[in-house]
Design a protein around this ligand. Structure first.
Ligand code: NOJ
Length: 926
């Protein structure tokens, strides 16, 4: 008990340390199943296999192939493992599962003893339709260099673009996409299903290549109490990716975008944990897990590997010449794998979100600036910060209340001597056009009306003896809501109902929620989290650990959506996430540090979530822990405005640094930077809309835009915004005044000055100026972006402002851009209340607006739809083409408007062209 108290103390005062105490987390060789699977991988001869399909069990109907895999140990058949394979219709993908038939006397167990096979119910949005399969048996004696292959089955989908060869004698899948072999499954014979056995009979249940390390007990210092009721249960499998030698994804790690070879390090680990001041450039786990790996190559082929398992998981990666070998192993559950195929890497993301759900279209206000701190102390403090920002002309939309607004850290209460009248505060903020976010964590102080209710209803997480689990978190002794259970979700709803009722009855919908610490963080728990033998709705924590956070934020989202009568889209921030979290929440990169290194690593972290279907992410600006220098503050805001989620946050022990408190020159730069984000909100919002329809990244890595340039495969310090050709390189080095950017061939315009330059033929590194007041940002020729240039206090008043189009002509004087507009807050867009329009510049001669959705819709709620200015970037090619006037054809009328040029000759303007975005029109330049 003393040791727990010490750890707790250490975690609570950890702000005094400089880095995460990583001895609290297991290394691979301290984790039973990680050590065993790695050991097995080092011992097994890949020509050998203990797993074969029992031919007699092979069965297929139109859409599912099933069979039983028999595992042998020392020559004896020892376990029966049901295998299924399906193709998903309309998704270029296939799914296979391997489970285990267990015959266990359930009466001596509190938990369900079957392997947990319902992760998909949380991660998939719905089960997609299965495609028809064509199955052929080929009895052959083909001879490959290392083994005789007999009994192969081929399985094809209805389009004939996917083919699988399933070898029955040594379970093995060769997968062909468009006739090319792209993946082999179990190529290295690392399939390992640790089947159920008792300790007494263990010896006859292990093969010689296996290690028996920590099979029935855990000797890691902080998890010795794990009762491990079912003994060793891990599942492991290897995949060989042919002609793919860069892999990406599997957030969240504070590491490079391109995943590293793990031969000389620990594997990447997916295990949601609270890692205050996490280590950077590390494979250690952090707060969230998305087990999706994506790869692409210069042949324009892309693949995705989705390992649909929410247990503690480790992933090894070996780059081998042209190919990649990757080995995945999870502590328990089943093997449930979806393989996705496409040409562009973004095809993989769109299929993945088709399966796991599209990212929610957020409130437009929530993509503005968020001002947070642990803590704003009372109502007056909140209003002073509001006023401080406002009086200095700094736009913002959300202000946040962290932990201390509660009465003694009891969620669903207010500290009444500081927030005596929450209704008054909400009303005031509403009048000012601001939103408020409050923290509600899943840990609930023991012994107050909320935790009492949980216990009465029996919806708290239980310990392995099925008694209330009590652990330590912010309030001291706490219990945890069990949102895995439907009943738990309904109790959670009731709590929110009571908490929000006075606001809702006053038509106030400007209160939003932050689910923090939902890994869950447990200060006296093993590895800073929950003991693996806790029980959620009859299932072990071990099986669902990585999806617990998702169950919490989904229940929060569903509650608020219902309570707000769908009048406003809920905004929920979650710290922990899993595949599917994108449907209902935004996230952030957790407890970073105010240092240059953390600023740098925030970029690949944000990019990685963006390619894993969960784009609404940011990092705390300008670092959570510590006191950043003015230069770091400036550079962090200059990076932060490009994070999809843009929030400043600071630790309770750090100095106040709200932008209005900064010295004049720092403040001016920060203000201008935030204003730049606001001016680009029409473009950002369109990128969010695109993402909500196809999962496309909002912050997009170079290689995801151009997989044809190998030079970009490693680049993770510059990126694009959506499909808008906005190329950004935040400055992350102290004292830098220039930076080098890797450009693809084309023409590029400085976002601010519109000065252009050409990049010939190959991708090239070019040095560009980056004095402290400048964030290097360019528009790639060929794009049109939309802005609202008048500076306002928040998003609300901006809706009355007209738009500005910025045209960046490409080399042939063509350009295109898209704009999406809706009311920015309700669900009416789902009933078609929106405008989607495409601007096209053809040969520098004609600019057209083509309304693809919502033509002639003139709803008040869509705001001002007029265009007040059109800016055209001038180049050597188009400068002379422009005449002094343009001819406009709009609404059946024809008229002329003058063209002006700036003194530098970098851009031309057309002011007040009398056109709007919801009408088709044409402007001729000659
Ligand atoms: C941990 C979160 O990561 C941090 O952002 C927050 O300020 C503290 N919890 C206090 O609630």
């Amino acid at each position: 008990m003393l040791i727990w108290k010490l750890i707790w103390l250490l975690l609570s005062v950890c702000h005094l340390c400089n880095a995460f105490s990583d001895y609290l987390l297991k290394k691979c060789d301290q984790s039973g199943f990680c050590q065993r699977n790695r050991h097995y991988a080092s011992q097994i001869d890949s020509s050998k296999s203990y797993y074969a399909i029992d031919e007699g069990t092979l069965h297929w109907n139109d859409t599912v192939l099933s069979a039983t895999i028999i595992k042998t140990v020392k020559g004896n058949p020892i376990a029966r493992l049901p295998f299924t394979l399906t193709y998903f219709q309309n998704l270029d993908s296939l799914r296979f599962t391997i489970d285990e038939i267990r015959e266990i006397d359930e009466s001596s167990f509190i938990i369900d003893t079957n392997r947990y096979n319902e992760t998909w119910k949380w991660s998939f949005e719905k089960l997609p339709q299965s495609d028809t399969l064509t199955v052929k048996k080929i009895k052959s004696n083909a001879f490959s260099w290392f083994k005789t292959v007999q009994n192969i089955i081929t399985i094809e989908n209805s389009n004939n673009d996917l083919k699988i060869e399933l070898s029955m004698d040594s379970f093995h899948l060769d997968i062909y996409h468009n006739s090319e072999k792209v993946i082999s499954v179990n190529e290295k014979s690392l399939l390992n299903i640790e089947h159920y056995r008792t300790p007494e009979l263990n010896e006859e249940n292990v093969n010689v290549e296996e290690s028996i390390f920590n099979m029935f007990h855990d000797n890691f210092q902080y998890s010795r109490d794990d009762s491990m009721p079912l003994g060793p249960e891990s599942v492991g499998l290897d995949f060989k990716l042919y002609n793919f030698n860069s892999v990406y994804g599997i957030p969240e790690h504070a590491d490079s975008l391109r995943l590293k070879d793990t031969r000389n390090s620990d594997p990447y680990r997916l295990f949601n944990v609270d890692v205050f001041e996490y280590n950077i450039n590390s494979t250690m786990p952090t707060y969230g897990s998305i087990p999706l790996m994506i790869s692409t190559n210069t042949r324009n082929e892309s693949i995705g590997l989705f390992w649909n398992n929410a247990a503690d998981t480790w992933i090894d990666i070996k780059y081998e010449d042209k190919d990649t070998l990757t080995h995945w192993y999870s502590e328990n559950g089943i093997i449930d794998v979806v393989l996705l195929f496409g040409s562009k890497p973004t095809d993989i993301i769109s299929q993945y979100v088709e399966l796991t759900g599209k990212p929610a279209l957020p409130l437009i206000s929530s993509i503005g600036y968020h001002q947070c701190r642990w803590n704003y102390n009372d109502e007056l403090d909140v209003l002073n910060v509001e006023n401080g920002l406002d009086s200095m002309g700094i736009p913002f939309d959300f202000i946040w209340l962290d932990l201390e607004y509660t009465d003694d850290k009891k969620f669903f209460t207010w500290k009444l001597d500081s927030f005596g009248n929450p209704l008054r505060l909400l009303k005031k903020l509403n009048q000012l056009g601001r939103n408020l976010v409050v923290l509600i964590d899943p840990h609930l102080k023991d012994n107050y009306f909320v935790s009492d209710l949980l216990k009465t209803k029996s919806v708290e997480v239980k310990n392995y003896l099925n008694q209330t689990f009590v652990g330590h978190c912010w309030p001291g002794d706490s219990i945890w809501i069990d949102t895995l259970s439907q009943f738990g979700q309904s109790v959670w709803f009731e709590l929110f109902k009571n908490f929000t009722s006075s606001f809702v009855s006053n038509n106030l919908f400007n209160l939003h929620f932050w689910n923090d610490m939902n890994e869950p963080s447990i200060f006296n728990g093993p590895e800073t989290t929950a003991p693996k033998d806790l029980i959620h709705d009859g299932r072990e924590e071990r099986s669902i650990h990585n999806l617990y956070g998702l169950t919490v934020h989904e229940a929060t989202y569903a509650s608020i959506k219902e309570l707000y009568h769908s009048m406003k889209r809920p905004f929920i921030l979650t710290r922990s996430f899993f595949a599917g979290s994108q449907r209902t929440a935004a996230t952030w990169t957790g407890d970073n540090v105010a240092s240059w290194d953390y600023l740098k690593v925030s970029i690949p972290m944000v990019l990685t979530n963006n390619i894993a279907g969960m784009p609404f992410i940011g990092a705390d600006v300008a670092g959570f822990v510590g006191n950043p220098s003015n230069e770091l503050i400036i550079r962090w805001y200059q990076a932060g405005i490009w994070y999809p989620f843009f929030r400043a946050h600071a630790h309770i022990d750090s100095m106040r640094r709200e932008p209005y408190l900064l010295d004049n020159s720092t403040r001016n730069i920060v203000r201008e930077t935030i204003q730049l984000r606001y001016s680009l909100l029409p473009t950002f919002y369109t990128a969010f809309y695109e993402s909500s329809s196809s999962g496309s990244p909002i912050a997009k890595p170079m290689v995801f835009q151009y997989n044809n340039y190998e030079e970009f495969y490693d680049i993770d310090d510059q990126f694009y915004i959506g499909d808008f050709g906005l190329l950004i390189k935040p400055i992350t080095d102290e004292g830098a005044t220039t930076t080098t950017i890797y450009f693809p061939p084309g023409i590029f315009y400085d976002l601010k000055s519109m000065k252009s330059f050409q990049v010939e033929e190959h991708a090239q590194r070019i040095e560009v100026p980056a004095p402290v007041e400048k964030v290097p940002a360019f528009i790639e020729g060929g794009h049109i972006i939309t802005k609202r240039e008048r500076s306002r206090r928040s998003t609300k008043p901006m809706t009355n402002d007209p738009y500005t189009l910025v045209i960046a002509p490409g080399l042939a004087n063509n350009a295109q851009g898209k704009l999406y507009v809706d009311d920015g807050e309700s669900f009416d867009y789902q009933n078609g209340e929106s405008i989607e329009t495409i601007f096209t510049l053809s040969n520098g001669e004609v600019l057209t607006n083509n309304v693809v959705h919502g033509h002639s819709l003139r709803s008040e709620t869509l705001g001002n739809l007029k265009i007040e200015k059109i800016i055209i970037g001038l180049t050597q090619q188009n400068g002379d083409l422009l005449k002094d006037f343009v001819n406009i054809n709009s609404n059946g009328e024809e008229y002329q408007i003058p063209v002006h040029k700036n003194a530098e000759g970098t851009m031309a303007f057309i002011k007040d062209p009398l056109v709007s975005i919801d009408e088709n029109w044409e402007i001729s330049f000659n």
